[in-house]
Design a protein around this ligand. Structure first.
Ligand code: NDP
Ligand code: MG
Length: 386
């Protein structure tokens, strides 16, 4: 029995993880569920899965959750600090980090320090502080198993290749809803259009990141830290059908690709069951439904996020932390209709130019840099509105 904590159980990844767990009650037990605002869903999840503990990070909802679960032997806490404390419980084996954005950093650090295996969905953690997180994992002998579909694919390709170095990886990208659009066509795209992803149903933040390809930018940096690669070893190829989830190429020129239907339950299930392959009833791939798998180069001049990521890899230090913070602010502003789609890039670029660069940041520097970058990004948005 593996005992699992889900940070962000009310989100897209969190709810799919619960479906995976529900299908295998003989293998998994839920110890901890956390949510931010969605108290109703957290309450019904707690009633259905009977965890030891639930945490609602927005303290305004504490009394509601506490009262609703008063008749059950479930501990209820509130606040971000409570997540950090509860994730360290001795009862937990695996922590699925499915909170969105920078908020995932602190609980992930705590979970690593407590020696938990990390099933990592929250890619922002590695983008912000990849060097710190990597050395922390070495120190505490902790394994990070990626949940992000591309990184799960590479991870699966590397099984059994321990002494064979990767020459290069290709992260596949669907291209999102705006694939093939020119810059001028993107001037006036709306939030509703950006939220319509062709292949995946995901939370709002990552769906906008997929439309802007900032998601792929984050994934380039995530891949660097997960697999110890440098920039020249990470490439992106647009593959609109999202069937090949990514590809590893080895020194003999051979390539291994992992493929399957686009369903996040598969990488979540893999992360929970690794190194086993446990039988599922997920729908199987039918070649005849996909007579053609196609590939094309990303349009890096229009979708500028990819170049930002390579710039971050070149500069190192806290540059990716700056990029991430600016992107979170710009993404949220676009979702509030405060900026236009292409201005996301202007805000990110402007913040990367202005925020204080540190070549060798420590962990406190990352929190400070995140804060400073958010302030700069908000300033830039305000100026654009004047
Ligand atoms: P969602 O927006 O659907 O869910 C986010 C979850 O985090 C919710 O449970 C939410 O709680 C919680 N949350 C939001 N803000 C905070 C906060 N400040 N503190 C604590 N908890 C918070 O996101 P996704 O599930 O789409 O994504 C989660 C992570 O997984 C992201 O890092 C994303 O990049 C990554 N990922 C997602 C994929 C997907 O298919 N969705 C694919 C690959 C990676 P509440 O709803 O209660 O407010
Ligand atoms: Mg992905």
């Amino acid at each position: 029995m593996k005992r699992i904590a889900i940070l962000g159980s009310t989100g897209s990844i969190g709810t799919q993880a619960l479906e995976v767990i529900q299908a295998h009650p003989e293998k998994f037990e839920i110890d901890l569920l956390t949510a931010h605002n969605n108290a109703d869903l957290l309450i019904s999840q707690a009633i259905a899965f009977n965890p030891n503990t639930v945490v609602i990070s927005n303290e305004d909802h504490y009394v509601r959750v506490k009262d609703a679960l008063a008749h059950l032997p479930i501990k209820v806490f509130a606040g971000a600090d409570a997540i950090v404390q509860c994730v360290c419980s001795d009862e937990i084996d695996i922590v699925l980090t499915a909170q969105v954005g920078f908020s995932g950093l602190r609980p992930t650090i705590a979970a690593i320090q407590a020696g938990k295996t990390i099933a990592l969905a929250n890619k922002e953690t590695l983008v912000v502080a990849g060097d710190y997180i990597s050395s922390l994992c070495v120190k505490h002998n902790v394994k990070i198993i990626p949940v992000d579909s591309e990184h799960s694919a590479i991870y699966q390709c590397l099984v059994g290749e321990y002494s064979n170095p990767v020459e290069k990886i290709y992260l596949t990208a669907s291209g999102g809803p705006f694939r093939g659009r020119t810059r001028s066509e993107l001037e006036s795209v709306t939030k509703a259009q950006a939220l319509k992803h062709p292949n995946w149903t995901m939370g709002a933040k990552i769906t906008i990141d997929s439309a802007s390809l900032m998601n792929k930018a984050l994934e380039i940096i995530e891949a660097k830290w997960l697999f110890g690669l440098d920039a020249t070893q990470i490439d992106v190829i647009v593959h609109p059908q999202s069937i090949i989830h990514s590809i590893a190429q080895f020194g003999d020129g051979s390539m291994k690709a992992q493929m399957g239907l686009p369903d996040m339950k598969l990488p979540i299930h893999y992360a929970f069951t690794y190194p086993e392959r446990v039988v599922t009833d997920f729908p199987r791939f039918n070649f005849l439904n996909y007579p053609q798998l196609s590939f094309e180069a990303p349009d890096r001049a229009t979708f500028k996020g990819l170049d930002f990521a390579y710039y971050c890899l070149q500069e190192g230090g806290n540059m990716a932390c700056i990029m991430n913070a600016a992107n979170e602010v710009a993404n949220a502003a676009f979702l509030r209709d405060e900026i236009k789609f292409l201005q996301i890039y202007d805000i990110v670029e402007g913040t990367m130019e202005r925020a204080s660069f540190l070549a060798k940041p420590n962990i406190s520097n990352y929190y400070e840099s995140d804060q400073e970058s958010r302030e700069i990004a908000h300033e830039l948005i305000k100026k654009r509105q004047e």
